[in-house]
Design a protein around this ligand. Sequence first.
Ligand code: PBG
Length: 327
Amino acid sequence: MIPTDFFRGRRLRNSLTLRQLVRENEITANDLIMPYFVAETDDVSFMKEISSMPGQYQLSLEQLKKKVGEAVENGLKSCILFGIPAEKDAVGSQAYDDAGIVQKAIRMLKDTWPELVVCADTCLCEYTSHGHCGIVKNDYVVNDPTLNLLAKTAVAQARAGADIVAPSDMMDGRVAAIRAALDDAGFINTPIMSYAVKYASSFYGPFREAAESSPQFGDRKTYQMDPPNSREAMREAVADLEEGADILMVKPGMPYLDILRQVRDNFDTPVAAYQVSGEYSMIKAAAQNGWIDEEGVVMEALVAFKRAGADLILTYFTEDVLKTLKR
Ligand code: PBG
């Protein structure tokens, strides 16, 4: 005799419409931020595929405009920019030059699509000859002297029209320094999305090819977080909130879903998840081998961020997802 008083979870899975009716989390175009790599070059047709990130490119300003135009047609709402300057130096001066490549790209995008939310990654590593996220003295990235340069970078980005600045350098006190500088320059309404909880991760490998930002000596372990730690993540989040962060980001994404959930549970601020380059490349590589179904895996990976509590998601799959959502 089989008992009949058990839970019948299958009842609500019987059709797509039923499943959609009771679905708890959903990916929409409103939540997605597409990263772009913009290169300083005179070659207007410049478009170089990043070998470790198939489908992602370094783009000239003109090619960026084309690419964003197509994405906007498909429903793109937001992007984040990374710059590859023609010249790098020890203090990353192209990061805060009003004529720097990212500042130019921001102005172009905002002139063309005023509604598009344009975020700027606020960091020095793409602009420094040594590839570190701050000023280097005796092979050490010095914290406090770097703050002023990060603040100058954020102000230059805001002046160019950035809707959000996103410090990713992991110097202590940078959110406070950036907030003060923005306010002082009159940008009281420019939000800061801080990479509050950013681990020293091997998953950033492909990005460093894309942004040509590999450290030329050592690594980023003296400023980015140690992967085994989770309590420390809450301290980082509290510090950034107290300093004035408006959105907290957790990065990388999938290997740190537990951290994302903890940040969500502890703070009422909007929370962002960054599905980083290595996560993208792993999915792409497996899909290209025919080992996994790319679209299925991407949607499942992204909804995991939602389930873990993310409000917004930075992902290199944004353009693909927009197409999927359109169907
Ligand atoms: C700059 C920065 C990095 C990423 C975002 N901003 C690289 C790093 O910290 O080395 C990584 C993004 C990715 O891997 O997709 N500091």
